[in-house]
Unconditional design. Structure first.
Length: 277
């Protein structure tokens, strides 16, 4: 099995698999996850690819953001500085769930520093102003974490991320273990960013290919929600849509082989397309 090697660059902890540089891919995890969640995927991708999986600010040993209520652009700025520090100029960026909000904001803000996006089970955000009280559906996440504690919170939530969880105990166990590693302060910042996130608005600012992939059994970011992202994206850029059968929200963990096929197709497709229509 390929190994992701842990490293640090400034305030960001990340994991890397070296390649020959013919393709560079940055992997952005979701709200209850971390960089190591991508381990099942790496062996399915070409050995020549350089793979970078960061721990977002406030996750793992990455330093949290300074804002109490950060927005997607704050995470995108942290990503820009991180990629500059490790000398990545224009990678493919894969964002899963909350990571898709970050990826889209990054591509909208720094179009010259990304070649393509693959948005996996994208969280659209709740479009909330920071001048308001946190929306109930966001506050409930924080209340549940603080009342249950990290370990029981992880146990309660992990089964919802996998389609037919009783048939996939090893996958559920790995996801539970990963979720038990979340830092409460980093998670709370991420919930606030999710609440103020506006993926569809950022999508309209893109000028690079942005494909969308979702699990057909995803109950967190449903296929209908992901299709909305795709429809918005294809109004301005090239966007392909893929739905993986029998797969839930933890899409690259439950079906890494077909997820990798989709990512390889994204990497191979024409990069010269801009706006359509």
């Amino acid at each position: 099995m390929s190994t992701l090697n842990r490293q640090n660059s400034g305030p960001i902890e990340y994991y890397e698999r070296q390649g020959q540089g013919d393709c560079e891919v940055v992997l952005l995890h979701g709200i209850g996850s971390n960089a190591l969640s991508f381990e099942p995927l790496i062996d399915e991708l070409p050995k020549s690819w350089r793979l970078i999986a960061w721990n977002a600010p406030g996750y793992g040993n990455s330093e949290p953001l300074k804002n109490d209520w950060p927005v997607a652009k704050d995470y995108a700025y942290a990503l820009k500085n991180f990629l500059q520090n490790i000398q990545l100029k224009s990678p493919i960026i894969v964002g899963h769930s909350l990571g898709a909000l970050i990826a889209t904001s990054y591509a909208a803000s720094y179009p010259e520093h990304v070649s393509k996006l693959l948005l996996a089970s994208p969280a659209l955000g709740y479009s909330q102003s920071r001048n308001e009280a946190l929306l109930p559906k966001a506050q409930e996440r924080i209340d549940e974490l603080e009342s249950l504690g990290v370990n029981d919170f992880a146990k309660a939530r992990s089964t919802r991320l996998v389609a037919n969880p009783d048939k996939h105990p090893k996958i559920v166990s790995k996801i539970t273990t990963e979720m038990m590693r979340i830092n409460v302060s980093g998670y709370i910042q991420a919930v606030k960013m999710l609440s103020s996130g506006e993926l569809l608005k950022d999508a309209l600012k893109l000028d690079c290919q942005a494909d969308v992939i979702v699990g057909a059994e995803d109950v967190i970011t449903t296929p209908e929600s992901s299709l909305k992202a795709h429809e918005t994206l294809k109004s301005v850029v090239l966007s392909n849509f893929t739905e993986l059968k029998g797969v839930g929200h933890a899409i690259y963990q439950q079906d890494p082989k077909n997820f990798a096929k989709s990512l390889i197709e994204t990497a191979k497709s024409d990069t010269l397309l801009t706006s359509i229509g």
